[in-house]
Write a protein that binds this ligand. Structure first.
Ligand code: PLP
Length: 378
């Protein structure tokens, strides 16, 4: 068996993931490059149909990236008259900054809600308590790949007549009660950033929804605001999923469930084999509820643990070291109360290596390194 110091590997190797799709990946790239058609063609349509089916919804619109997917959902709801500038949107305080940007970019007001310290996701009781007469929508985030408590959150949204949008950028394929993320809310935004569970070879994103009016509006807004060539009804943007990325995603989608299973096997080993009083493990939830985009542990000695693991050859990442309400970009414009859980999470979370292609020896090396940490440098 490897001693922890004899092995060294990156947090996540995109090269290794993409090599595992060869030779079909290169054939796919060549096929699209030789086709002479690169934007708004049959690869994108085929992927949109396949991804809508996969999520269990009727519409998918490919866009340029995950931030655009979320931003365009809120913009479309404004154009359709469901939201107005100044409306408040509830969002978890510990999310990635893009969730917040999508709200504020539309002149809507992000209202930060404390997460649950064990699931890292929205706490439904605190969520309901944060609703005011100005609240119009909830942006639920499936952080780290763990589906949020959508059964409770959909009930709250219904009770208070709020729009429910999902940020599913980290949770492709996760299910709750057999229902996939993307099919719970009124609409959902996905990212296909290269390192996501379903990743392109560049930027990509999608909006999924059951609402045909919303899907049509997103498609118009993402194409300069135009439905008919050279006729502009809205001041739109250019945000499209190109043919190369769509073809790559269509190929990779066929292996998504299998890859999520492999991530789950790595997580199951971490959970059963990591045994160190200085390290708190994440909750897996029920089968299917976590697709382990990120395996985040907690430690009150987080910085020392990260340094120790680095000396053992184990690369780790902090998701996220500075919460949105401490970012200079949001010195104003956010509404929030005291956020002790969010503060504590930002000081204690640490993400261990996670990939569908990790070998048994690599998982063993991470387990061994974490278990040998005693609060000091190596
Ligand atoms: C990656 C991510 C996004 C943004 O996706 P991009 O494709 O990088 O724009 C949004 N929300 C969350 C939670 C993410 O992890």
């Amino acid at each position: 068996m490897n001693s922890p110091s004899s092995i060294s590997f990156p947090f996540y190797s995109l090269q290794r993931v993409n090599a595992s799709f060869e030779p079909v990946l290169s054939e796919t790239l060549f096929r699209v490059s030789a086709s002479g058609w690169y934007i708004r063609g049959k690869e994108c349509s085929a992927f949109e149909t396949a991804f809508a089916n996969y999520c269990g919804v009727s519409h998918c619109v490919g866009v340029g990236n995950g931030l655009d997917a979320l931003t365009l959902i809120f913009r479309a709801y404004k154009e359709l008259g469901n939201l107005c500038a100044g409306d408040e949107v509830l969002v978890p305080a510990n999310t990635f900054i893009a969730s917040i940007l999508a709200i504020s970019a539309n002149g809507l007001v992000p209202v930060l809600v404390e997460p649950d310290a064990r699931s890292f996701n929205l706490n439904s009781e605190l969520l309901e308590a944060a609703i005011t007469p100005k609240t119009r929508a909830i942006l639920a985030v499936h952080l780290y790949g763990r589906v949020a408590a959508m059964d409770k959150i959909t009930a709250i949204a219904k009770r208070h007549a709020l729009l429910l949008v999902e940020d599913a950028a980290q949770a492709h394929g996760a299910t709750l009660c057999g229902k996939r993320v993307g099919s719970w809310g009124d609409a959902a935004g996905f990212s296909f950033y290269p390192s996501k569970n379903l990743g392109a070879l560049g930027d990509g994103g999608a909006v999924v929804t059951q609402d045909s009016k919303l899907a049509a509006m997103v498609r118009i807004l993402a194409n300069y605001g135009s439905d008919e060539k050279y006729v502009m009804n809205y001041q739109g943007v250019n945000s499209r999923l190109d043919e190369l990325q769509a073809a790559v995603l269509l190929l990779k989608l066929t292996r998504l469930d299998e890859d999520n299973e492999k991530r789950n096997a790595v997580a199951a080993r971490y959970i059963s084999e990591i045994n160190n009083a200085l390290v708190q493990l994440p909750e897996a939830g029920h089968a299917g509820e976590h697709v382990w985009h990120i395996f985040a542990v907690r430690s009150f000695m987080r910085n020392a643990l990260q340094e120790y693991l680095k000396q053992c050859g184990v690369e780790t990442v902090i998701h996220y070291p500075i919460p949105p309400h401490h970012q200079k970009a949001y010195a104003t414009g956010l509404i929030h109360g005291m956020l002790p859980i969010t503060e504590a999470l930002s000081q204690t979370v640490l993400s261990l290596p996670m990939s569908p292609l990790m070998s048994d020896e690599e998982v063993s090396a991470v387990v061994h390194a974490v278990n040998s940490f005693q609060g000091q440098n190596k």
